[in-house]
Design a protein around this ligand. Structure first.
Ligand code: AMP
Length: 506
């Protein structure tokens, strides 16, 4: 079972529908994409001498060629190592070395960086720039059959975004990716044939993972020509390729709804914004629902169980009349259909509704382990359960509320304080553009709460009014003892706030 059979199926079913688009222009139809991936796969095994299971990395700013490369890799029975284009040379070097990739595809902007990184990756034999003749030549030849793969063969090494320490390569098998795809249809959406997926976020992460379900439904994968997330371009492309589905990080949803050009979005252009990867604050979510309509679905997942742990469905977002609508919006929804999810104590015993513990997951989406890292694997996978490192609680309805990463929890005077709860309150203030709460060591209390706050467009904001807001909304002991007003918050390449960096500032 090779995950690339999805493309073969779509090439048969959707033949002349567009499969890839560069901005407004069609790049390849489904039949052409299948043919190209198939011919390229022959070059991978022939010219480059790669054999089943070999790793092929790519470092590319979002572009159509990235999808060609991915499906060629799988067609040949090889394993893809997608790397975020914004990583540092040292991080590229680490991933190339750790994965043992033998070949790496690049866009020209990254050619020099990867050449530098390659010095530390002895297994890497060749770098192919997708704008050169060497890449163009990979189109020459005849298609070959899809290579066989076992469901347990590694298909995608998903290097974690590394908000702490060095990245780890979650090994995703063909079965993991297929289960994730089916789960999309079960819990997130089953779009009608056609439509589009707009890759506004890096395809080395969620947007690329959603390529499978959308490709299965014959959607065109659209790549903004800027290679970036620009709201006016995103809106124009949604209007050009309706109905459009897209994956956005919460900060990207916020940018979308705060930009004037969102009013140019035609009602039928958008099918679904699935958001996740970081907390989305209720105030922002309500604004998004007002502006975009009932077209939002949340997912909670991690590289180790791609896109699949819990989901808050479109219907739950839309059910404003429900007495617990707000609590529902603040949650990450119900367990996904293809996994079991538990909240447990340190010994792995299930906790009753309302009690906070670590979230663990079991099912066909759970990774095989971390590539080349048996110790980290043993810490995360115990008796088939993935220990997510996330802390949360189920409620009586079976909805999971995420508190924080276990290591971000603040313990002050023996009480647990979850930063997200305080961030939710601070975000209610209209002059707060962004904020993040961390713990600072304190001789008497163990830790005390400190809030980093970014004010909206130079608006005046002082500690007194934020303190008032906290006093009105959370227990006294949870309020920040110090407010630090900053220009911006440190973020990683997926837009996640780096609390480790904030703690260093303290
Ligand atoms: P990554 O492996 O880079 O996708 O990061 C996964 C982590 O992002 C999870 O372990 C959570 O801490 C966080 N995360 C993912 N989805 C959500 C969500 N819907 N709400 C809050 N945090 C999330």
């Amino acid at each position: 079972m090779n995950i690339a059979h999805l493309l073969l199926g779509s090439a048969r079913e959707f033949r002349d529908l567009p499969a890839l688009a560069r901005g407004e222009a069609v790049h390849l139809t489904y039949r052409e994409l299948w043919r190209k991936a198939s011919v390229m796969s022959m070059h991978l095994t022939g010219r480059f001498g790669l054999a089943r299971g070999d790793r092929v990395a790519f470092a590319m700013t979002n572009c159509v060629e990235a999808i060609e490369v991915m499906y060629a890799i799988w067609h040949a029975g090889l394993c893809a190592v997608p790397m975020n284009a914004k990583l540092h040379a040292r991080e590229f070097a680490f991933i190339l070395e750790n994965s043992g990739a033998r070949l790496c595809f690049v866009t020209p902007d990254l050619a020099t960086t990867i050449a530098e990184a390659a010095r530390e990756a002895p297994a890497l034999k060749e770098i192919v720039d997708v704008t050169t003749r060497s890449y163009g030549f990979m189109e020459v030849g005849d298609p070959v059959d899809l290579a066989e793969a076992e469901p347990t063969d590694p298909a995608w090494l998903f290097y974690t975004s590394g908000t702490t320490g060095r990245p780890k390569g979650a090994t995703l098998t063909h079965r993991n990716l297929l289960a994730m795809t089916l789960n999309y249809f079960a819990d997130v959406d089953r779009p009608p044939p056609g439509g589009s997926i707009l890759h506004a976020a890096p395809i080395s992460h969620g947007s690329g993972l959603w390529s499978f379900p959308l490709l299965t439904r014959g959607a065109v994968q659209v790549f903004p020509e800027s290679g970036k997330y620009e709201v006016p371009e995103t809106v124009a492309l949604m209007n050009r390729w309706p109905p459009c589905s897209l994956f956005l990080a919460p900060t990207m949803v916020k940018r979308l709804i705060e930009h004037g050009s969102v009013s140019d979005l035609r009602p039928d252009s958008l099918r679904l914004v699935s958001y996740g990867g970081a907390p989305m604050y209720v105030a922002d979510l309500k604004r998004a629902l007002d502006l975009l309509g009932d077209k939002l679905a949340q997912l909670y997942g991690q590289g180790e169980s791609p896109m699949t742990i819990t989901h808050l469905s479109r219907e739950m977002h839309a059910d404003r009349a429900h007495p617990r609508w707000e609590q529902r919006l603040a949650s990450a929804g119900r367990a996904d259909s293809c996994v079991s999810v538990k909240v447990v104590d340190g010994e792995g015993r299930s906790l009753p509704a309302g009690e906070v513990g670590e979230i663990i997951v079991k099912g066909d989406t759970v990774m095989a382990g971390y590539w080349n890292d048996p110790e980290a694997t043993a810490r995360s996978l115990r008796r088939g359960w993935l220990w997510t490192g996330d802390v949360g609680a189920f409620d009586e309805e079976g909805l999971l509320t995420l508190k924080d990463r276990s290591k971000d929890m603040i313990i002050s005077g023996g009480s647990n304080i979850y930063p997200r709860e305080i961030e939710d309150v601070l975000n209610l203030h209209p002059a707060v553009a962004e904020c993040s709460v961390v713990g600072r060591p304190h001789p008497e209390w163990g830790e005390e709460v400190v809030a980093f706050v970014v004010a909206r467009d130079g608006q005046a904001l002082g500690p007194a009014e934020l303190d008032r807001l906290c006093l009105d909304n959370v227990a006294r002991f949870k309020r920040p003892k110090d407010y630090r007003f900053v220009e911006a918050l440190p973020k990683n390449n997926y837009g996640k706030i780096l609390k480790t960096e904030l703690r260093k500032l303290l």
